[in-house]
Write a protein that binds this ligand. Structure first.
Ligand SMILES: [Ca+2]
Ligand SMILES: [Ca+2]
Length: 200
């Protein structure tokens, strides 16, 4: 009898526990992806909730050809990674700056690598974050660092002119005692447009 009483309590307990669970299952939300024809919205908000809906997504994705890419679909996000083109934005923050990009270039041309290359020289919002990323970037653009065009990127000529220009100096203040032997670009009116072309 005592056992039966306890069993009865146990069954009641299970039912009591089960009922709320059944109720919550009835209110379960279906957040699986659905796509039907006729409209779409990337975000409908209410309170702290946001709901996205879309249609006709059969052809979403990225298509590339050569240096061009095309993104299809409502929710395709533009790639904000800076272009890998030949610029002197070394840390990839879309800013050209003497004490970050310029310093990285000078250190690189002096042969530094690792933290000796990057310490204290990464700008706010940098997208190339590791010494390896920075070194790869510099290796990739090394030929354009030959500002005077003598065939050799060099710290105390090309690097110096680059960092001077990035500091805002112009004219002879950029080129003084910084043009290498055999230079193809020697005077400010040749050097300045060249450096400016590396800062699109
Ligand atoms: Ca930069
Ligand atoms: Ca040079």
């Amino acid at each position: 009898m005592k056992f039966g009483f306890r069993l009865g309590i146990l069954i009641v307990g299970i039912v009591a526990v089960a009922l709320p669970g059944m109720a919550s299952r009835a209110a379960t939300y279906d957040l699986s992806w659905n796509a039907i024809a006729g409209g779409g919205d990337t975000a409908t908000t209410g309170g702290s909730y946001a709901l996205g809906a879309t249609i006709g997504q059969a052809g979403t994705g990225s298509s590339t050809g050569g240096s061009y890419s095309f993104k299809s679909g409502f929710w395709q996000v533009e790639n904000t990674t800076p272009a890998e083109g030949p610029t002197i934005d070394i840390d990839g923050n879309n800013i050209y700056d003497a004490l970050t990009d310029g310093l990285l270039i000078i250190r690189y041309l002096f042969g530094l690598s690792g933290l000796s290359l990057t310490n204290g020289a990464m700008g706010p919002g940098a997208t190339r974050l590791t010494p390896q990323d920075i070194l790869l970037r510099l290796n990739n653009i090394r030929p354009i660092l030959d500002v005077d065009g003598n065939g050799q990127p060099d710290a105390l000529t090309d690097g110096l002119m680059l960092i001077r220009y990035l500091f805002g100096l112009r004219g002879n203040s950029v080129t003084a005692n910084a043009v290498g032997n055999g230079a193809q670009r020697m005077v400010p009116m040749q050097i300045e447009p060249y450096i400016q072309s590396l800062m699109p």
